[in-house]
Design a protein around this ligand. Sequence first.
Ligand code: OAD
Length: 272
Amino acid sequence: DTNINPDIQSIANRIKNGEATRIVVLTGAGISTGAGIPDFRSPITGLYDRLAPLGLPYPEAIFHINYFSHTPEPFYAIARARHPRNLKPTISHAFLALLAKKGLLHFLFTQNIDGLEQDAGVPSDKVLWAHGNWKSQHCYKCSAHYPDHLMKKAIMSGDVPYCLQSGCDGAVKPDVVFFGQSLPAEFEEKEKEVPDADLMFVLGTSLKVAPCSRLPGLVKGGTPRVLINMEKAGDIGNRGGDVCILGTCDEGVRKLADALGWRDELEGLWAD
Ligand code: OAD
């Protein structure tokens, strides 16, 4: 196809020639907007532009552990909308599953907590949920575990769940990583493997939040970094070898799949 952009074709050729077999991927909220989950920082549609009615001191406070410790209500007011709920993964998620199926995915760091990577078929041992998940929950104060069925009720009703331990009045928090909290211990371990990458894909993230934002900087000089995003992010594009595919993630992965000759396989995997 003569319409394929030469930068995209050169990345595809690297993969086809076997020069990229340890691909590291970083994803963010922009990979899931196509599935119906608004991102955080896009003007108007992003979550942070829609929080005015909740009277927060600043938008990110809704996910800050210090703010949550005294005012957990805003978090529970939006929790239901961000809780995993039988959404269909996007074709971008399917593209990651296809990379894994072909044995090319070294590792995926996701900042998302929607679980759509796994739903799309990316093996869980290839994924680090850097910002945690909704599968369990604990009292923010005494760390006591809180039962799943009560948590589900709280999320559906929007009422703040409180610790069941006698004498504790802490709010219960899902084990998603809030600002002011540490990432899973595995993060540091996996971060050390980023320089081993022979190609990096960065999809759907503004690269505004550390420490994930520093992962593209750990890729060795000369190793291509490919940004697939609506807008430029971080310093991707500044190094020789970088490629920016601007537009939606879904358009970007379809272009790549065309250049790779994988388009039918990708559409098939996504449809399953
Ligand atoms: P952001 O909302 O900061 O950035 C999403 C990026 O995806 C932006 O650059 C958008 O332009 C882009 N985007 C949106 N829809 C897209 C689409 N369909 N195709 C391509 N690009 C699209 O989200 P993250 O970078 O994931 O953490 O945010 C990082 C962290 O900040 C989140 O994990 C969350 C948040 O606060 C915590 O709460 C701890």
